[in-house]
Design a protein around this ligand. Sequence first.
Ligand code: ATP
Length: 270
Amino acid sequence: MITFEQVSKHYGQAVAVRECSLEIPPRTCTVLVGSSGSGKTTLMRMVNRMVDPTSGRVLIDGEDVATKDPVRLRRGIGYVLQAAGLLPHRTVWQNVATVPMLDGTARGAARTRALELLATVGLDADLADRYPHQLSGGQQQRVGVARALAADPNILLMDEPFGAVDPIVRLELQRETRRLQRELGKTVLFVTHDIQEAFALADQVVVLEKEGVIAQAGTPAEIVAEPANDFVREFIGASAGERSLHVEEVDGRQVVVDRDGTPLGTLDAA
Ligand SMILES: Nc1ncnc2c1ncn2[C@@H]1O[C@H](COP(=O)(O)OP(=O)(O)OP(=O)(O)O)[C@@H](O)[C@H]1O
């Protein structure tokens, strides 16, 4: 469980996050969604201490992250960035094996593990000896995910990881992320400004208004069925025209489905 307790972050006079409290249940996917500058990245980075809150605390399983050594903490938390952030002069497997090798895993074992991880994220083993620039954007993102999984962290932070790939690949990566999260039982905290992506991935969607103020947190179905306020209504409405979220009755249950008929959740379970 990740717990944000009344966290704030000030930069001089500017407020990035104001007294935000939030719980991220273990082994689920929580998506922070909101417009640019709403504080999503700031909140996410508090988990691995890339940002320390000005006030308030972030707890992982009841322990304040402020008491942890940041370098060790970060090795135990996977982090996937928008531009996969791969090291250009290292091969794919060496990129994946970076943290295990820093932790003293021998080269042979690290390579074997890297190949396993590449398979886990759906990449062919013969990509292992290529360099990042010899991969497509989507493949690079998969390598980024494999690298984040390398130390077998319980927590995976993903900051707009699919922002730079084309829409088809993006859908594929979203499906894969969901599959991996379920199969591996990771706690995923994901940041996006795209409400469709949030609905596709999340067990819990957290809509941020500004300064890290939570407009609503709930399942996709709850948010669609009962937007908490006009801000949420507008935020999901902006893409609803395209997406045509609606409620259908299936076997006596109220199911929220998108334009393609993909169920996003049931209202009674919500
Ligand atoms: N190092 C910093 N110094 C000063 N202000 C900052 C710093 N980092 C973030 N901010 C400000 O804090 C606010 C929240 O930023 P943050 O990056 O968390 O937003 P975000 O929701 O992730 O936005 P985006 O979707 O554009 O990445 C913004 O107004 C930003 O300008």
